[in-house]
Write a protein that binds this ligand. Structure first.
Ligand SMILES: CC(C)(COP(=O)(O)OP(=O)(O)OC[C@H]1O[C@@H](n2cnc3c(N)ncnc32)[C@H](O)[C@@H]1OP(=O)(O)O)[C@@H](O)C(=O)NCCC(=O)NCCS
Length: 188
């Protein structure tokens, strides 16, 4: 089990937690023993998010700069990031990972999770999924939902290993012939 303490996104500075006045709350990943932090993105992260999008997604699946800007300012979206420096990456500038959550009346939609290539397999993706559940729980939401590329069996299995089940097929969701599945997991 991953033991994570995260900076609540409603309070990006973390200043309300007297134990962590700088807003830096360590998250210990048992597999790697790497300490890291997840923080809420600010407008200054726009270019870092763009770089991550380019390195993680095919062109037709990337969020546009405009869409990223909207995600950073919209009250119904939350953008959470892990800095390269916090992830122990040799390249200290920029973002190692990011997730975008969309907030609905009863559910949180995990719109995107992206981890830069050199930081994959270290548990950052799972930390961001755990963070989405924390966010949903704190907001009193019932479930976390997402869409995943049906052709990416490793990705679907990865979500299943974290409690998600396929609830719907979404034919030609991304483009003609590129199907998705909707997955859902209750917030307990
Ligand atoms: C999917 C993703 C976020 C996982 O991040 P991560 O930090 O490497 O994940 P973790 O370290 O927590 O877990 C690693 C596991 O994910 C598996 N995995 C899931 N999806 C994968 C994918 N698309 N490619 C490679 N490995 C994947 C790995 O096989 C590994 O399995 P293991 O633990 O049995 O070895 C990352 O591979 C990524 O950014 N992919 C590109 C963007 C993407 O497809 N995002 C998801 C849809 S929005």
């Amino acid at each position: 089990m991953v033991n994570v303490r995260l900076i609540p996104s409603a309070d990006p500075t973390g200043a309300r937690d007297p134990a962590f006045p700088q807003g830096i709350i360590p998250a210990c990943m048992p597999e790697t023993r790497v300490n890291t932090t997840i923080r809420t993105a600010s407008p200054a992260d726009e270019s870092g998010l763009g770089e991550l999008e380019s390195s993680c997604f095919d062109e037709d699946r990337r969020s546009s700069p405009r869409s990223l800007k909207r995600s950073l300012s919209s009250p119904s979206q939350v953008v959470r990031v892990i800095d390269r420096a916090a992830a122990g990456s040799p390249a200290s500038a920029g973002l190692a990972a990011a997730a975008i959550y969309w907030l609905y009346p009863r559910s949180l939609r995990l719109y995107s999770v992206a981890v830069c290539r050199e930081s994959r397999g270290a548990g950052l993706g799972r930390l961001l999924v755990a963070d989405a559940f924390r966010e949903a729980r704190e907001r009193g939401l019932c479930r976390v939902v997402l869409e995943a590329d049906q052709a990416n069996a490793a990705l679907v299995r990865w979500y299943e290993s974290q409690g998600f089940v396929v609830t719907r097929q979404l034919p030609s969701y991304y483009a003609h012939g590129r199907h998705a599945v909707r997955m859902s997991c209750p917030v307990t």
